[in-house]
Ligand binder design. Structure first.
Ligand SMILES: [Zn+2]
Ligand SMILES: [Zn+2]
Length: 264
């Protein structure tokens, strides 16, 4: 028996509410644990031995508390979206599959890359739109930019409307692209890790990655830090290609990258 969204009298079902609460707690817990570990194990350690890799200094506790509060509210939105996806899957509205033999094994990484490129494309243009008009910016995106210096805690700090706009693309993509549920899970983990890496304020990518044909497309902390300080450049989510193609990559990036990745 699958959980139903509505009861027969059209009220929201208890299963829906319970599942949404469980998922919201899971999403928020995942944010707290992964962010806390990253701060302790990567930021704090690197700041002692390779200080040039620290691109954003530690900031006051009240900013951290504000970011954690917005992240908690965002977790409710992502939890609700999670339930919608689970119900959509069980009712056959999505292209999620659970048998590995449904498609060839080589399709697994392809579906992940296609999902991420679609997500990147959606977010890049959504992000530019949120910066385009002052009214939209103030209403939806300003909460995220209230953090000029960023840290792991900024990674999920969005206005609920922005969280909704960000989350809504995932069910749309899984309705279009066939995807094994394990791939979806890997994608969601990469999404969290990428957000933490890009906001943590410490550059962890090796210098050689900028010359690597694949790795050079990843955003990283230096790249996204420029967006928080300059607003009109570096709009990407996981990858840099839209910024490069559309001429929105900051000219400061090379110089800041070289400084952050120089041998101390
Ligand atoms: Zn950001
Ligand atoms: Zn922005």
């Amino acid at each position: 028996m699958y959980p139903e969204f509505l009861n027969k009298d059209y009220t929201v079902s208890t299963e829906f509410i319970y599942l949404a609460i469980v998922l919201a707690v899971f999403v928020f817990g995942r944010y707290l644990i992964l962010s806390g570990l990253y701060q302790k194990l990567i930021y704090d350690r690197l700041s002692k031995v390779l200080s040039n890799r620290i691109i954003s200094p530690k900031y006051p506790r009240d900013q951290q508390i504000r970011e954690i509060m917005w992240s908690g509210i965002g977790s409710i939105i992502f939890g609700l979206m999670g339930v919608v996806m689970i119900m959509g899957w069980q009712k056959g509205y999505t292209q999620i599959y659970s048998d590995f033999s449904t498609y060839p094994l080589w399709y697994l990484p392809i579906s992940l890359v296609v999902g991420m490129v679609l997500h990147e494309t959606y977010y890049y243009w959504l992000h530019r739109w949120m910066h385009h008009s002052r009214g939209i910016y103030k209403l939806i995106h300003k909460v995220h930019h209230d953090s000029v210096s960023t840290s792991v805690w900024t990674s999920f700090s969005f206005h609920p409307l922005e969280s909704l706009l960000q989350a809504i693309i995932i069910p749309v993509i899984i309705m279009i692209i066939p995807m094994h549920w394990v791939v979806l899970l890997v994608w969601l983990i990469l999404m969290t890790l990428s957000a933490i890496i890009n906001h943590a304020g410490v550059e962890i990518f090796p210098k050689a990655w900028r010359d690597n044909a694949v790795m050079k497309w990843l955003i990283g902390s230096t790249h996204h830090d420029i967006h928080h300080r300059r607003f009109t450049k570096n709009f990407g989510l996981y990858f840099t290609f839209w910024d490069i193609w559309m001429g929105t990559e900051s000219h400061e990036f090379d110089q800041r990258w070289n400084k952050a990745t120089a041998k101390a």
